[in-house]
Design a protein around this ligand. Structure first.
Ligand code: G4P
Length: 292
């Protein structure tokens, strides 16, 4: 889904989330486990400060497990509860209720002390487009209910989805805008498919990805594309283009005159990355933000 975020959309999205927050006990902040920092909305801390929050690292099936554990430690060090899931296949999803209840333990205990039967925990999923909000809602609901292409500003009647008897989820997620001002975050978002290549050119995205792969997952390119004599770092754009060219040649992405079709090679690389064919990988680590 592509959303053009203009200031008016952001204001409306923010207002819609503020309205939804009044109805719930806990926020599920959905992030992409491959880019946990770049897939965070810059305003999320401020916006959700009145509610306990559980960070869900989604698409963990595509992410590097060691890096996911590292990110888990990072978020916990910031005082946030965190849990890795794969909303597509469902792994980790059934533990979400218990994690949410842990966050609300005091509140639930107060209800019990007053002789009340604790009511189901009410939750709201928030996140940037494409992070897997609809997939998770459908997974929790056990059926297809969330509208794919749900857009900020499009209102529909809100309903509660019951999950396992003690969790209720708003069926319309809070949609937040991604980071725009940080060019590296932009490349990471484009690499994972969270923002479209009409915003950042695909060749440049591929070169960015190659830099990460060569420097952190070098053998992957050798295994998948049979590249030999790879450098251990790509210091500049030309070095990345050389690797892209080698991939293009290996994969027959050739145009007239025997030249490599860079766009085709870039598309192939990004498709392989996004589908997990290159293996499980994470494109950023907490150290890249200088506060591991
Ligand atoms: P959104 O509501 O936040 O915008 O995201 P949505 O659920 O539509 O998910 C965006 C894409 O991410 C979908 O793929 C979805 O299948 C995929 N996805 C969601 N969660 C996971 C996960 O945990 N693991 C993996 N591997 N993929 C996940 P798509 O390419 O749009 O197409 P399709 O798979 O629906 O055909």
């Amino acid at each position: 889904m592509t959303i053009q975020w203009f200031p008016g959309h952001m204001t409306r999205a923010k207002r819609q989330i503020e309205e939804k927050l009044k109805l719930i006990d806990v926020v599920f902040e959905l992030l992409d486990a491959r880019i946990p920092q770049s897939s965070r909305n810059p305003m999320v801390d401020e916006l959700t400060r009145t509610k306990p929050r559980l960070v869900l690292l989604n698409k963990a099936d595509l992410a590097d497990p060691d890096k996911t554990a590292e990110w888990g430690r990072y978020f916990r060090s910031k005082g946030l509860a965190v849990h890795a899931i794969d909303a597509n296949a469902g792994s980790g999803v059934k533990d979400i209720t218990a994690k949410a209840k842990e966050l609300l333990e005091d509140k639930i205990q107060r209800q019990i002390n007053k002789g009340m039967k604790p009511r189901p925990v009410r939750a709201l999923i928030i996140g940037i487009p494409n992070v897997g909000k609809s997939t998770l809602i459908n997974r929790l609901a056990g059926r297809n209910i969330a509208l794919t292409g749900d857009r900020p500003g499009v209102t529909k009647g809100q309903q509660w989805i019951r999950f396992g008897g003690d969790l209720e989820l708003l069926d319309t997620p809070g949609i937040l805008w991604p980071k725009f001002d940080d060019p590296i975050a932009g490349f990471r978002l484009a690499a994972t498919g969270a923002i479209k290549e009409d915003i950042i050119h695909i060749d440049e995205v591929a070169c960015f990805v190659l830099k990460v792969l060569v420097e952190q997952y070098g053998n992957v390119l050798a295994d998948r594309y049979g590249l030999t004599d790879l450098p251990t770092a790509l210091p500049d754009m030309q070095a990345a283009i050389d690797v892209l060219e080698a991939i293009g040649r290996r994969r027959g992405c050739i145009v007239g005159g025997g030249h490599v079709d860079y766009e085709k090679a870039a598309t192939l690389l990004l498709r392989d990355l996004r589908s997990g064919k290159l293996g499980r990988m994470t494109l950023e680590s907490p150290e890249s933000f200088g506060e591991a």
